[in-house]
Design a protein around this ligand. Structure first.
Ligand SMILES: CC(C)(COP(=O)(O)OP(=O)(O)OC[C@H]1O[C@@H](n2cnc3c(N)ncnc32)[C@H](O)[C@@H]1OP(=O)(O)O)[C@@H](O)C(=O)NCCC(=O)NCCS
Length: 151
């Protein structure tokens, strides 16, 4: 566990965080119809415990999912409760993400940000991230959303 101040704590996700975490992602506009948050959480926990949550006064107000593929580090699901944005919590989460990656000798962090998300792009640039001259490509390997329960 990483204590950041007497009021805030940065620690790995616990199963009891599920509802608050998904509510946070929803409030931050990070949920997408093609992603199932429960599957995303379950896969991450099966892989490692670098899904971190930030608590302030025992309320979950932030998250970051950190990954290292052996070549590059990745950050996903960075979120700060809109009621607590602008108070340095996003930077706290990113500093811890970078610290964990550097400990694993990861030389570079990559991020994917929607081009319309100017707020996040400005935030990352403020933290020293630069736009790489690359095109981001993706290929879906299977439909990842649970089918609706048949009536
Ligand atoms: C992006 C996000 C995590 C930032 O969190 P935050 O807690 O508001 O950011 P912080 O208060 O830690 O900001 C850290 C620094 O970045 C600066 N900053 C923040 N947004 C900025 C912007 N758009 N342009 C320039 N600087 C910015 C702050 O002024 C602060 O500077 P300082 O340390 O010199 O005072 C938050 O806005 C969020 O959850 N957004 C919705 C979810 C999202 O888009 N996530 C990213 C998906 S890729």
């Amino acid at each position: 566990m990483t204590s950041t101040s007497s009021r805030s704590t940065l620690r790995p996700y616990r199963h009891s965080d599920r509802d608050a975490l998904v509510a946070l992602w929803s409030a931050c506009g990070l949920l997408r119809p093609w992603n199932d948050p429960d599957r995303d959480i379950a896969r991450k926990l099966a892989h490692d415990d670098d899904l971190l949550v930030l608590e302030l006064d025992d309320r979950l107000i932030g998250s970051v999912m950190v990954g290292f593929d052996g070549h590059r580090g990745w950050v996903n699901y960075l979120a700060v409760d809109p009621r607590h944005q602008g108070n340095g919590h996003g930077a706290t989460l990113m500093i811890e993400a970078e610290r964990r990656l550097a400990l694993r000798e990861c030389p570079k962090v990559n991020l994917q940000v929607r081009t319309a998300n100017e707020q996040a792009i400005g935030f990352y640039q403020h933290l020293g991230y630069t736009v790489d001259e690359v095109v981001s490509l993706g290929k879906r390997l299977f439909d990842d959303v649970a089918p609706p329960i048949s009536q």
